[in-house]
Design a protein around this ligand. Sequence first.
Ligand SMILES: [Zn+2]
Length: 290
Amino acid sequence: MSFWNSNVADNNLKRQRIFGVVAIAFSVTACSIAPGIHPRLQADPVTSQLHAVQIPNHPANSKVNSQLLPSAKVENLSFAVPDKFQGKTVYQVHPSSNEKLIALTIDDGPWPNTTSQMLDILKQNDVKATFFWVGQALQANPELAKRVVTEGHAIGNHTWHHWYRRMDEATAKSEIERTADLIYKTTGVKTSLFRPPGGFLNNGLAAYAKSQKNTVVMWSLTSADTDPHAKPQAFVNNVLKGAKPGAIVLMHDGGGDRQRTVQALPQIITGLKQQGYRFVTIPELLKIAP
Ligand SMILES: [Zn+2]
């Protein structure tokens, strides 16, 4: 187990201090607030910046839905994690013998177009990933969610609204439990994996999640795919240069236009395979961890 370096911890502290002045508005859902939208928000050291994006009432929804698999609810599909990780925060693991395992995590969906495109790529490459869903996005795209589960990917909880602000316990509970309930009702999945929006660990969400024995799943390597100015090749380079055994990789299928992530994903998978990596879901990674 290894945790954030002090630089990131410092940045987290700085971020905590600005909570009081940050009002994430109405339909804000995404991991990030575009630079300029809210000048008081600092760049997220992990995702490069913070954005605010609305869940779209996307005109292509019906088209996407028509392409989906029949809705197959998987009964009581559980992504259990070992006892030692329950109520804990994980950034990466250190596999025994330095086995080249890596876990792709994909946040902020389900999302029209990009989720299904990424599912296609994952399937073509026989790769399983872990998706952290925003409740609002799940409510808008239930058929996409069913497809994610049907195709064997693991699921985590990423709150209902994707708020960064400090929350009292009742609000934190609502953000997490409302999403957990909808994940279960939509897909049959019970998950104890939780990822706090923006990686914020001190706004009440992670504390509530841990109190319920959830595992707070952070990341050790970001594609930085929320950078609005970067080209897909930059996402590829970020991942391929930073890959280490046991790494947890952050990328996004929702929260904004993720076409560049879709474009980068085949090269990310191919490059990691060339480096000798085997792809595992977060529950698999935690089970393998010594
Ligand atoms: Zn997010």
